[in-house]
Design a protein around this ligand. Structure first.
Ligand code: HGY
Ligand code: MN
Ligand code: MN
Length: 412
């Protein structure tokens, strides 16, 4: 019996072993598993005859020549994960970019514009406190110096990690110039339940929700857990907890915003000591910029009001701000034509999750294709998308690249 044809599902299973833990995949930027994943991306690209380069932010590029020496049509996603990530968030779009270019090779399709696959570095912000780290540097939204000043929880700087053994890849040419692509298309799992609930297998993303991230530091009075009467306490953790619950209630009252506190550090974090300081991060998202502006003001006002009443000091710092981004209407029309030519129904929908496309959209027309997520689950180890949907996404991406190329060539 002949061996089964290789599939993208096989490649993603291979990548999923890099950083595998009992709780999911932990592949943070410039760690051994992240370096191995970028090296695997290079190996697959070189096996297809691609010219591979990397930039100083750690992004990796694999180019397929076009008839014109023009800025490429870029497609890809990120290889890093959250600490308990799934096998498809990011990795699918990066590997599918290689599969789509390979499909065009097999179909002997030449394009006017070069096509370039990209594996973005550090999209999750799970090691250094900045999301879309690599794509924001590529788009010039963050300069390299500001990235190099970032530190991880172990006190390792971005620069030291990048220049270390798990940083930039040996034997891969460094590219200095950042040339805006002619267009950018990112294939990604939806990470939500909409496509699955509607029974539709392809999504044409309309816009990506904006994000505001805050770090809140609550400083109270430490003391002996057994001897300080309740009425005399200035407990940093209880104050922080009241702020978290208040923020949740405010978000729950507004159906166009989501607010999450996913990270909280207690000091000194001892059973018999009243917490002196609590530091936590707030992640607020909305597709509506005016709502985001309002929620940002609410976060500060709520934290300060509760802090004053409880006699603790509250410091609120804005650590990340990304405006909601609309996807390019002409690219979305090309995606719709590509999906129709495959005979596949597609759904227009916004993305609650952030993506590298938010940054690339600052320098080039950008669009996104979604495929369904089982149960709408993501950022969890049991994230799943069926092999058939993975394959459909590759076909849709390949067709979209050809349609975009043809339309742009016609425009001159
Ligand atoms: O947080 C996000 O939306 C993305 O997964 N980085
Ligand atoms: Mn993610
Ligand atoms: Mn992602």
């Amino acid at each position: 019996m002949s061996a089964a044809a290789p599939s993208i599902a096989d490649d993603l299973r291979r990548l999923a072993t890099l950083g595998a833990t009992p709780l999911g995949i932990d592949r943070r930027l410039f760690t051994p598993s992240d370096r191995a994943a970028r090296a695997q991306f290079v190996a697959w690209a070189r096996a297809d005859g691609r010219r591979v380069t990397q930039d100083r932010a750690g992004n990796v590029f694999a180019q397929r020549a076009g008839r014109r020496a023009a800025a490429p049509i870029l497609t890809g996603s990120h290889l890093d994960t959250v600490p308990t990530g799934g096998p498809y968030d990011g990795a699918y779009g990066a590997v599918a970019a290689l599969w789509a270019l390979r499909r065009l090779d097999q179909d002997a399709v030449d394009t006017e514009f070069p096509l370039e696959a990209v594996a973005w570095a550090g999209e999750e912000g799970s090691r250094f406190p900045l999301g879309c780290l690599g794509s924001s540097a590529f788009a010039g939204l963050n300069d390299l110096a500001s990235l190099e000043a970032l530190w991880d929880d172990d006190g390792v700087s971005f620069a030291a990690a990048r220049d270390g053994v798990n940083g930039l890849l040996r034997g891969v040419a460094l590219r200095d110039e950042t040339r805006a692509p002619s267009a950018y298309v990112e294939l990604h799992i939806e990470q939500g339940p909409v496509l699955e609930n509607r029974g539709v297998r392809l999504g044409n993303v309309t816009a990506i929700a904006g994000q505001r991230r805050f770090e809140i530091e609550v400083t109270g009075e430490s003391g002996h857990a057994g001897t300080v009467p309740m009425g005399l306490r200035h407990d940093a953790l209880v104050a922080a907890a009241e702020i978290v619950v208040a923020l949740e209630a405010e978000a729950a009252a507004n159906d166009s915003v989501v607010v999450t506190v996913g990270r909280l550090v207690v000091e000194p974090n001892q059973t018999n000591v009243i917490p002196r300081r609590v530091t936590f991060r707030v992640d607020a998202r909305s597709i509506d910029e005016s709502v985001l502006t309002r929620i940002a003001a609410d976060v500060v006002a709520t934290a300060e009001r509760i802090g004053a009443r409880r006699g603790v000091h509250v410091a609120v710092a804005s650590i990340e701000r990304r405006a909601a981004v609309a996807m390019d209407a002409r690219l979305r029309s090309a995606l719709a034509e590509a999906f129709a030519s495959l005979g596949e129904e597609a759904l227009d929908l916004p993305s609650g999750a952030g993506h590298d496309a938010m940054c690339v959209a600052a320098i080039a027309p950008a669009a996104m294709i979604f495929v369904p997520s089982a149960g709408g689950r993501s950022h969890v180890g049991d994230e799943f998308t069926s092999p058939a949907d993975l394959d459909l996404g590759v076909a849709a991406l390949a067709q979209a690249l050809v349609t975009i190329d043809r339309r742009m060539a016609k425009e001159g």
